[in-house]
Design a binder for this molecule. Sequence first.
Ligand SMILES: [Zn+2]
Length: 315
Amino acid sequence: MLLLIQDACFDRHITPAGHPERPARTAAIRAALSAAALPDRRVRAEVPRAATPEELMRVHAPEYVARLREFCAAGGGMLDADTHAVPESFEVASRASGAAVQAAEYLLSGAGRTAFCAVRPPGHHAGRAYAMGFCLFNHAAVAAAHLRARDPEARVLIVDWDLHHGNGTQDIFFADPNVFYFSMHRFPFWPGTGSATETGTGAGVGATLNVPLEAGASRDRIREAFAAGLKTIADRFQPTWLVISSGFDMHRTDPLGGLSLESEDYATMTWALGEQYMNRGARGVVSVLEGGYALEGLAQSVVAHVKALMDLDLK
Ligand SMILES: [Zn+2]
């Protein structure tokens, strides 16, 4: 049974007028999932709780968490040129990370094998001690760290198919041989990181794989690059858990992307992951929403991805 975490609380992180990362994103996803009428017997719903300080501080510096809490309590404002917080943002971002932890707990319990968290703000640009690129806390990293904390044998593969490189996630796990970070993204492009030469450091060398895509990459090219990336990882790393940083801004209609995926391609990539890992050592997959800014393309891509996750849960 798929665990689906979605909640109107995620609409309470308000961004300035015209900002692409806006409350309407999670509202559109809830509406589309409701219209998709997923069968009750295959979907479990939970209300997201806030991550505890301990859960956040596995990947974030204590002084960063404290500073963000104070910044929001003092009224919020701009954290950088495009990252904004309102008084509610600390609580909303904490619940987005908490949802990812709940999803990890659900998989660890054995009750189901797949989970999707329709949360915002997104997370993969947030590093150990910085907010960046619309992101405050790094929910995918928090989920991976939770799996590692609860399961000493855990080897976690983070798959990031957002349009942008997840610099925060890469930074957090760059020296960690037990968390493999695989990102496919447009490059060169914002945030500037994600070259194929960035492969990890120290004990983590070889546990980062960046697959750059050129501007205007075709749908076939992107799907082939994804499959080739999975093949490369297969020789190096056998994950026991999967975490997807699931951004949908490679969708053809996305205003930031310039790439060309269709909604159903997110189902194809989800199945490809399941095919490669779910019956070969991986016990489950937590998928966490990242970017995706064309409301209809985003919502339909999420529905395709969630349906594919439901299929994987049966396997
Ligand atoms: Zn993105």
